[in-house]
Each structure stands twice: as structure tokens, then as C-alpha cells.
Design a protein around this ligand. Structure first.
Ligand SMILES: *Cc1c(COP(=O)(O)O)cnc(C)c1O
Length: 465
């Protein structure tokens, strides 16, 4: 399979899935996408309905790897990646009502859907690093969930050190402890005296610092990484095939609580591959740049407002460029023009014709905090406890009121956001067993000022092998 970049059609030929995955951003600053998406006819799609999660994973991922990896290697990675996702089904469905089902994606090691991608990424990185006998230093910024999922996935990895920056006092205590109580020599946490944007700015600066990068062999695991997006395609197939098979339906819809447009874009890939998805609801909180875009065709950034669903408190949805590239007929010059307009004017607008085409799949729904809380309460009346992100998705599904069955992605365990849950229902979800003693374990992290050279020194002195 060949890949191209959204910025200048930088062309990566077959056998280079490893390069796409390890590199993250293309050298021209664009994002990689396949030159052509694999397509399955209806018979081929339905045939996969009897596969286990790991078998299905193998079939789907293999189609994107070219001759880089063989099927048995992918299967082995799948087995290892998803061994720690609850006792049975890694992605179970529960009923909300006759027309809405909840897809629980929070049974992984850190209780959020990001485990699906990062457990895979750590193992695929290792496969490539082993082949080349190389070591790397992973560097990442987190507003909460990515950091813990990445640390859990890379802890004790013999080929990687991992350094995660989180904004000091701006992640929940549970989220911080998930990162700082991991007792592994290759894990380093920095509590930065600043906000999430400051963390991200430092990481971005380091990743484009060629000299430093070369010395330290830095790698990133952020949400534009193609491997992360790809791993998420699998649970769309898995859940849709379950309901298509058992309910004898022709098609399904999905509602996706989204911030960076990673998860939602994975759903779109599944649709392009032939999975009978009708609509994908883009459910946002009050940081509604994406839902507004799908309503109006105008993509306009404003300032981030803190909400009860902090993992979606994002303005610029970094994966969105992949969809934009397709809308603009794979014209990299136009993508560059639109992204430049975004940087200089804070917005751009697409034509009504393109918006009409996009709305055949995407519907945008924004949900504010009050309504998020209300939906959590009405869930609780049905004896279901959902986290605030899931509540946004659920509310959007109810608002959209579509004809066919809708699957809502439940992206985090409610215990991760227990103060919001408590605010809604005056009750706290109980801690899963493996986290029973998280509030008494020793923490390991370093508080540091928002200062690039100090961070560089810290990395240099800790990233040896
Ligand atoms: C990261 C995250 C999201 C948003 O996912 P994107 O792929 O960035 O759209 C939603 N919910 C939770 C709990 C998350 O951690």
C-alpha cells in the first residue's frame, strides 16, 4: 500500500508502513493517508462477522501494511495488545434503548478508549525497532488520558524511554496517579508549570529540533499518528457487525464524542472500506469548532473553555486535515492554503456543495455542560452510569434521532471523571480492583518550569540506554 502526505503528495511507496507509523508527521508537515483505501464488498464484510476481536483486527490492519508485516506477526501483536481488556469481550455493547446502544471502550488497562491504539502502537514500534536494533525516546504532552495510556503501553519496554508532560494541577488526581504511580525505570513524568498548550508547544518544538532529535532519537505518539487512527477502525467493524448480524439490519449509525477528530475519522475509514455506516454524529462539548463546521461549513477557532469533558477541550482538531484533503480533491496546495488561512485569520469556509456532500455522512451536534449532566442523570435512572464524554455522545445521538440504530462510543470509564459523575448523580462509581490502592501508592514525577532548555537537559540526562 502506498501512502501520501496531505501537504505535498509526498509519496511513500509500498513496504513503508513502518516509516509512516514511526514518523507521525510527514517531513512536509502534512499527515499521511493511504493513496487508496482498501474496499470490501458486502459479502466480504459480512463474512467477518464471525471473527474474534483479534482475528478481525488482523484482517483489517493487514490490508494497510503492504508487505511490511505478515499476518501472523499482526495476530501475535493483537493477542498481546488486547489481553488486558477485561475478562471476555474487549468491546462489549449494552442497550440504552431500542434504537441506541453503548459501545464500552473503557475496559483496557487505563480505562479509556485510547488503550486500543496505544497498546498496539507500543508493540508495532517494538517490532520495527527490533528489526533495526534501534532505541527511541517517546515524548508526549497530555491533558489526561493519552499520557496514562501511553505510559501503560510503553512501561518496561526494552527499546523505549517515555517522557510525558502534563500541566501541573490541571489533570484530575486519578489521572495524575495513573501516570505517576507506574513503577518502571523507563517512565518519566514532568508536571509542567503551565497549561496543556504549553506542554504541547514544548513537545512540538523538540520534535522539529533536528539536531536534538537526532541525538535523542525522539518519537511521538500523538493522535495524528497513523497507527493510532488505524487501530481504532477495528472496533467500528466489530460493533457494527455484531448488531448487523443479530438484528438483521441494513446499516448503522455511530455517535462519537470527539475533540481531535481521531476516533471519528477512524469511523469514516470503516465506512470507506465498505462497512454499512450511514451517519457519523460528531458530538462535541462547548468547544464546538467541529460540530459547528458540519452545521455551517465554517471552521473557526476560538479560545478553549474548560468543560466537564476535558479530554475534548480542544480547538484545533489535528486529524481533521485528513478529511479536508479529501474534500479538496486531494489537492495539497489547497490544503496548505486553507490551513494558512486558519493560522492567519482564525477560520476558513468550504463551499456549500462540499458541505452537502459531507453531511451525507457527518452530522454535528454540540452539547453544553448542563445538558451533559442532565443526560448523565437520565442514564442513572436506567441504572447506567456514564462518564461525561460518553454523555455528550449519547445526548447527541438522542438529539439527532436517526431512523436506524445508533451506536454511541463510550470513551472512558466513569471512575476517571468521578467528580463530574458525582455532580450529576450524587454517587460515585466504584474503583475497579486493579486501582483499589491507587490513592496510597508512591508517586514519581518532577515539577519543572515552562522552560525549554531545562526540559532538554532533563531529557538528555534521562534518555540513555
Ligand atoms: C481523547 C478522548 C476523546 C476524544 O477523542 P478524539 O479522538 O481526540 O476525538 C473523547 N473521550 C475521551 C474520554 C478521551 O480520552
Amino acid at each position: 500500500m502506498n501512502y501520501i502526505s496531505t501537504r505535498n503528495k509526498y509519496h511513500i511507496s509500498d513496504n513503508n508502513f513502518s516509516k509512516i507509523t514511526m514518523e507521525g508527521l510527514a517531513p512536509d508537515g502534512g499527515l499521511y493517508i493511504p493513496e487508496n483505501f482498501p474496499f470490501l464488498n458486502s459479502d466480504e464484510v459480512y463474512k467477518m462477522a464471525n471473527l474474534s476481536y483479534t482475528e478481525l483486527f488482523t484482517e483489517i490492519i493487514y490490508k494497510f501494511c503492504g508487505s511490511c508485516i505478515n499476518k501472523s506477526e499482526i495476530y501475535q501483536i493483537a493477542i498481546n495488545s488486547y489481553k488486558d481488556f477485561g475478562s471476555g469481550d474487549p468491546a462489549p455493547l449494552t442497550n440504552y434503548n431500542n434504537n441506541i446502544k453503548i459501545l464500552e471502550l473503557y475496559h483496557g488497562p487505563t480505562l479509556a478508549f485510547k488503550d486500543f491504539a496505544l497498546q498496539f502502537l507500543s508493540r508495532i514500534f517494538n517490532l520495527f525497532l527490533d528489526r533495526n536494533n534501534k532505541n527511541i525516546t517517546i515524548i508526549g504532552a497530555t491533558s489526561g488520558d493519552t499520557g496514562s495510556a501511553a505510559i501503560e503501553a510503553f512501561k518496561n519496554n526494552p527499546r523505549a524511554n517515555i517522557i510525558i508532560l502534563h500541566p501541573k494541577d490541571k489533570v484530575s488526581e486519578f489521572q495524575r496517579r495513573q501516570m505517576t504511580t507506574v513503577n518502571a525505570d523507563n517512565v518519566f513524568n514532568i508536571a509542567l508549570e503551565g497549561n496543556f498548550d504549553d506542554c504541547q508547544a514544548i513537545v512540538k518544538t523538540l520534535l522539529v529540533d533536528k539536531e536534538f532529535n537526532k541525538k535523542q532519537n525522539l518519537a511521538s505518539i500523538n493522535s495524528i499518528n497513523w497507527g493510532r487512527v488505524l487501530a481504532q477502525v477495528v472496533y467500528y467493524f466489530y460493533s457494527a457487525l455484531k448488531v448487523l448480524k443479530f438484528n438483521k439490519l441494513k446499516r448503522v449509525n455511530f455517535s462519537v464524542p470527539t475533540g481531535n477528530f481521531g476516533d471519528a475519522y477512524a469511523g469514516y475509514i470503516a465506512k470507506k472500506m465498505g462497512l454499512p455506516i450511514n451517519k457519523i454524529i460528531i458530538a462535541t462539548n462547548s468547544n464546538d469548532i467541529l460540530s459547528k463546521f458540519f452545521q455551517t461549513g465554517i471552521y473557526r477557532v476560538s479560545t478553549v473553555v474548560p468543560t466537564l469533558s476535558p479530554s475534548m477541550d480542544i480547538q484545533v482538531a489535528s486529524n481533521f486535515e485528513r478529511l479536508l484533503f479529501e474534500c479538496l480533491e486531494y489537492n495539497p496546495a489547497l490544503v496548505t492554503e486553507y490551513m494558512t488561512k486558519l493560522n492567519t485569520h482564525g477560520s476558513f469556509e468550504i463551499s456549500k456543495e462540499i458541505l452537502y456532500q459531507l453531511n451525507k455522512t457527518f452530522i454535528g451536534v454540540g452539547v453544553n455542560d448542563d445538558i451533559t449532566l442532565e443526560r448523565m442523570r437520565s442514564c442513572y435512572e436506567k441504572n447506567i452510569i456514564v462518564d461525561p464524554h460518553t454523555s455528550v455522545g449519547l445526548q447527541a445521538a438522542c438529539t439527532a434521532n436517526l431512523d436506524d440504530l445508533c451506536i454511541v462510543l463510550s470513551t472512558a470509564h466513569p471512575v476517571k471523571f468521578s467528580s463530574a459523575v458525582n455532580k450529576a448523580i450524587n454517587n460515585s462509581p466504584s474503583l475497579p480492583n486493579k486501582y483499589k490502592n491507587i490513592f496510597t501508592l508512591n508517586e514519581k514525577y518532577k515539577t519543572m518550569p515552562n522552560d525549554l532548555s531545562e526540559i532538554k537537559n532533563f531529557i538528555s540526562s534521562n534518555s540513555s540506554f
